[in-house]
Design a protein around this ligand. Sequence first.
Ligand code: ADP
Length: 257
Amino acid sequence: LHLNGTILRDAAGRKIGAVAVLHDVTRLRRLEHLRRDFVANVSHELRTPVTSIRGFAETLLDEELDPAERRRFLEIVHRQAERLGDLVEDLLALSRIEREVEAEAVRLEPGPVAAVVQGAVEACRPAAKRRRVRLSAECPADLEASMEPRLLEQALVNLLDNAVKYSPEGGEVEVTAAREGGEVVVRVRDQGPGIPREHLPRIFERFYRVDKARSRELGGTGLGLAIVKHVMQAHGGRVTVESEPGKGSVFALHLPG
Ligand code: ADP
């Protein structure tokens, strides 16, 4: 807490009162702390692929390798470069949405939910096909919500991406949308491994992963759900999750009326 004080005096210089101003700096300190943590995390996340690319590129330059080995090393370099690209894309998406929320630049307008659902499902079809995951969607044609369709579609794509990624081969991912009381709720249900209860409150934090190695292996950046959370805040809504190990997960986007 910072305290600034001034004594008030009348024309003759007599004390007639005082003004005290209290500044709450704990919030600022906390934000500064979060920012520092974030920078440290980003640096760490970037270092891993960079180290790998440098190492394999040096080996490729310095050593005589047989064609099969060369190819294997080049594939690693390529995969790590893709990973760097994904990280940068997600970081940009996150900072863009944060800036828009801060500037109150997100324009919400009533629009059809079905178009957003359809757009997101189409975007995720190729990934689902590769993993032989069945993707189905159900949404009433006349369901409307106040939204920024581009952002909402991005949030839904992130949820679908995870659902497909964490599904067993041949699994099923279902999207449903409905009006529930005063809200419009879009749900994504999967048959993946589920999430242990103690991790649930933290999975929306940047870079938080239940299983770091597995997330990396599947090409995750650890930022997908943080982006979803921001998008929902920009909509005056929220994202919720119900999950149990062995029983799959259900993520839900809640939009006000
Ligand atoms: P990532 O890029 O690692 O998937 P996210 O922010 O999208 O990052 O998700 C954070 C973590 O939450 C994941 O690493 C994973 O542990 C867990 N998670 C998210 N979605 C699911 C899901 N559908 N099934 C199981 N675990 C999930």
